[in-house]
Design a protein around this ligand. Structure first.
Ligand code: BTN
Length: 272
């Protein structure tokens, strides 16, 4: 597949679609940023209201989880960050990454129903990562000032966009469906899915989203290994808990809760 023609996003269409919404009532649009998360945080510090969105056509220092870079070629994909101001304890804020991951999977499902979530918040299609979430919090004691939810979705990229070491793991939605993806339609959809999931989270907590999260998980019942800063755990995944932790049953029959780390599926993703 060839790259989509390098056309800028029709930002006026996206702004019109979200003008009256909670998520996306204000959309700041840039050609190039270091990172939309950094700019959204600066806007939040300067008083930007909940639901303000920052989008860039390309990022020069796009950030992923665990200090990784997020590959951000221009005009093909979606690099979006949103300012959230939830009235929740700071300790609950990491659950927002799962909420944003579920919302992103909801949007991806409209193009590729076989979408899957890999804890904590990778979005996969056909075992390739097409989207990732990076949430960053600013808190003062027990008060959350804001959370930036950064969403990166590989929409129209090809494998040459990725460094060689990612080419068997990463992909794009267009590669999965075999047709170009309308970036405005996708961005509008992901914001409306986020609005719905976020409202439910605020009203009822992550517990209200847990079973839908688990239903989309590619890890349910799988044998996994988790590397968590020096500690290694192995077990069969029983699911994500009400607080967002990944729960495993280890070989000794003990239940283990994982709150951070990198998951590897020991037996691969495909069931035999
Ligand atoms: C990951 O899976 O490692 C998280 C990737 C998050 C990437 C997005 S792109 C928009 C926002 N700006 C960033 O610098 N990162 C997030």
């Amino acid at each position: 597949m060839t790259h989509a023609a390098p056309a800028p996003l029709s930002i006026d269409d996206l702004r019109r679609a979200r003008a009256a919404a909670r998520c996306g009532h204000t959309i700041e649009y840039f050609d190039t940023l270091e990172s939309t998360n950094t700019t959204a945080a600066a806007h939040a510090r300067a008083g930007a209201s909940e639901g303000t969105v920052v989008i860039a056509e390309t990022q020069t220092r796009g950030r992923g989880r665990l200090g990784r870079a997020w590959v951000s070629p221009p005009f093909r994909n979606l690099y979006l960050s949103i300012v959230l101001r939830p009235a929740i304890p700071p300790g609950d804020a990491p659950r927002l990454a799962l909420v944003a991951g579920l919302a992103t999977a909801d949007a991806v499902a409209e193009w590729a129903p076989r979408v899957a979530l890999k804890w904590p918040n990778d979005v996969l299609v056909d075992n390739r990562k097409v989207a990732g979430i990076l949430t960053e919090m600013d808190a003062d004691g027990d008060h959350v000032r804001f959370v930036i939810a950064g969403i990166g979705v590989n929409l129209n990229g090809t494998l040459d966009d990725f460094p060689a070491e990612l080419r068997d793991k990463a992909g794009s939605l267009a590669m999965a469906v075999g047709a170009p993806i309308d970036r405005v339609a996708f961005a509008a959809r992901v914001l409306s899915c986020l609005e719905a999931r976020y409202a439910r989270f605020l009203a009822h907590g992550f517990a209200a989203l847990r079973s839908e999260w688990n239903a989309r998980s590619c890890l349910q019942g799988r044998q996994v290994q988790i590397d968590d800063g020096g500690q290694r755990h192995r077990g069969i995944v029983s699911g994500v808990a009400d607080d967002g932790a990944l729960c495993l049953r280890d070989a000794a029959g003990h239940d283990v809760r994982i709150v951070a780390g990198e998951v590897t599926v020991v037996d691969g993703y495909q069931r035999g």
